[in-house]
Design a protein around this ligand. Sequence first.
Ligand code: A3P
Length: 310
Amino acid sequence: MSYFLSFAFLFVVQIHGAPPEFLQEEFGIDPIELDSIQASNMSDVSTSPPPGTSKRAPQSIIIGVRKGGTRALLEMLDIHPEVAAAATEVHFFDWDENYAKGFEWYRDLMPYSYPNQITIEKTPGYFTSALAPERICAMNSSIKLLLILRDPTERVISDYTQVYFNRLENHKPVQAIENLLVRNGVLNMRYKAIQRSLYDVHIRNWLRHFPLEQIHIVDGDALIQDPLPELQKVENFLNLPPRIVSSNFYFNQTKGFYCIRSDGRERCLHESKGRPHPAVNNSVLQQLRAFLREHNRTFFRLVRRTFNWQ
Ligand code: A3P
């Protein structure tokens, strides 16, 4: 509920750990998410929590994928009265320095919730983190995981676009996407944006610790086209009563995406979500698609489901 989100903004700014520029550069985190990470490192100056509430470990986590639509999914789920969404990207299970702070530190970053609510946090970096599955399993082996994926080629371009704008903002030089994707005529496998789109590689790591039934995959492309059916599937997966309805969404022509209507307010996601992508040289694009096709097939087999990825 947005009531709880507003709590996060009562915090005092005090950034620990890595400087924002490093986070933007190394992790490609966009400014709006960076704001939320900074908020998570703030000390709570709010006086008393609402009576009957407490901070609980999440019963569900949106584990990724970065640029899959994780923010849209969290904000849309937060419409549900029985969902308490963490306002911040926590990066507890994927960043060693945060993990070292311990479980109480983590729980303290969760929103206040009523006993009938499900606490959810989202950190897109978990999906591609080597250690996150094992660590999350150690916290709660029956936790429900949400994974939102989109066409992995589109995801690479979206990833590039985000870093491109971050670099511009920080007055750093930028490269054409083709120069990052291809080196000496072959795909540049050291480019992290490609590595993150190898969904089969990452899901294997999760399936070592969680049964497939505990991982619900949200179709990020379908969420863009028509959010409600995807959210209804999530309600069902989380055993939540159906409360999200079609009037919670309206299409905003200017943004070109669905926006949210809830608690008498209308809002679209931050401008860094849904940016136009650059045109990519066709033969480079085909090279990337051809490479990812085999990985996609393996992924479909592992999750026993197919997606409309080109
Ligand atoms: P683009 O900005 O490349 O279009 P994440 O929150 O994980 O970083 O994902 C960002 C992506 O969410 C955006 O990528 C956009 O395509 C997608 N998205 C899905 N639903 C959206 C919505 N209603 N408004 C804006 N972006 C949305």
